[in-house]
Write a protein that binds this ligand. Structure first.
Ligand SMILES: NC(=O)c1ccc[n+]([C@@H]2O[C@H](COP(=O)([O-])OP(=O)(O)OC[C@H]3O[C@@H](n4cnc5c(N)ncnc54)[C@H](O)[C@@H]3O)[C@@H](O)[C@H]2O)c1
Ligand SMILES: [Zn+2]
Ligand SMILES: [Zn+2]
Length: 341
């Protein structure tokens, strides 16, 4: 089968022929129909310090996909040939305290599909049955292929009550844009999205942001006045990974507000702790998606009218993966889909 691979340590990717994976008794073999490119895949392509320390080539990369079940191991009962599926990219141990306590997204032994083992940018993907999600075939396949990052957005956006609240989202990347749509759907009074990239801000507006602010030019004070806000934001979702964005967020939060941190901040990121203390802010780190409560919530939110299709801006046949990766890295796109069918 064809697969997009990191063949050797160093920058770049290659399209190679590799054997179709063999499903074990607990595995499901999936024919990949579409896949979508994640920031993680771009890091692996570029071979930054994180990738160099984490990735052991040769490796088939990718973890966001939609596909069709073609074979199932002898222990598999919940899936059959022809089922439309996506899958959770975090493989957990199933035995530790968090796994046994129903908090699988916090398993300290997590291994990543397309990161620590072969992934989804291939014609076939083999996954343990515990990681396969039966999709609603009424949901468009492109959207199902984005369930992994949509799950990040939904898990973060629903981590605090947003009904009637003023929400600030820093970072209009694909996840920030999807979170804006989720917060509007969940009844936020206003959803303000910040970025420094005009293309991304335009996307945030298409995804339902009440106001999208270029913080390299404009101040949030004016936006707060425009929206009739007196005291600051109730809920903050940090989705840029930028220390400047986190500082700005802390400055404009209402006392007693809550911040969810999804963006991967550098270890040395500084923040004015006294503001967090005197405002009595609640801060929560967010990792991945809940297995499988977030997958359930994504499904019913989409069935109930949540529309994330504007975030899907480009599609390429998998053979043109180089062009697709370069576009994704440029910041001029939303989600980029690779078509395998
Ligand atoms: N915690 C997790 O489990 C998890 C999972 C997936 C992604 N992430 C992280 O979440 C973040 C969002 O993911 P994404 O794929 O949407 O990322 P992305 O890199 O596409 O988007 C980040 C956006 O932040 C913007 N930005 C930069 N500086 C800014 C500033 N000062 N103010 C406002 N915006 C600013 C960038 O222009 C960009 O559009 C990334 O940091 C990613 O690494 C975390
Ligand atoms: Zn992803
Ligand atoms: Zn575990």
């Amino acid at each position: 089968m064809k697969a997009i691979m990191k063949v050797d340590a160093g920058p770049g990717l290659a399209l190679r022929d590799v054997p179709v994976p063999e499903p074990g008794p607990d595995d499901v073999l999936i024919r990949v129909l579409r896949a979508s490119i994640c920031g993680t895949d771009v890091h692996i392509d570029k071979w930054d310090a994180w990738a160099a320390a984490t990735i052991k080539p040769p490796l088939v990369i990718g973890h966001e996909f939609v596909g069709c079940v073609v074979a199932a191991g002898s222990h598999v009962r919940a899936f059959k040939e022809g089922d439309l599926v996506s899958g959770e990219g975090h493989l957990v141990c199933g035995k530790c305290r968090n796994c046994l306590g129903g908090r699988m997204h916090l398993c300290p032994h997590t291994r990543g599909v397309g990161v620590n083992r072969d992934g989804a940018f291939a014609e076939y993907l083999c996954l343990p049955q515990t990681n396969v999600w039966l999709a609603d075939s009424a949901i468009p396949p492109d959207v199902i292929s984005c369930f992994d990052p949509l799950g990040n957005a939904v898990h973060t956006a629903l981590s605090f009550d947003v009904l009637g609240e003023d929400v600030l989202i820093t970072g209009a990347g694909p996840i920030g844009c999807m979170a804006a749509a989720v917060c509007r759907h969940a009844g936020a009074r206003s959803v303000v999205v910040t970025d420094i990239n005009p293309a991304r801000l335009a996307l945030a507006r298409r995804m339902g942001a009440t106001v999208a602010v270029d913080v390299s030019k404009d101040s949030l004070d004016e936006v707060e006045r425009f929206l009739g806000m007196k005291e600051g934001f109730d809920v903050g979702l940090e989705m840029s990974g930028s220390p400047a964005a986190l500082s700005q967020m802390v400055n404009v939060m209402f006392a007693g507000g809550s911040i969810a941190l999804l963006g991967l901040l550098p270890a040395a990121a500084a923040v004015d702790w006294s503001k967090i203390i005197f405002k009595g802010l609640t801060i929560r780190g967010i990792y991945g998606r809940k297995m499988y409560e977030t997958w359930y919530k994504m499904t019913v939110l989409l069935q109930g009218g949540l529309d994330i299709t504007p975030v899907i801006t480009h599609r390429f046949p998998y053979r043109d993966f180089r062009e697709a990766f370069d576009l994704m890295a440029s910041g001029r796109s939303g989600k980029v889909i690779l078509e395998w069918d």
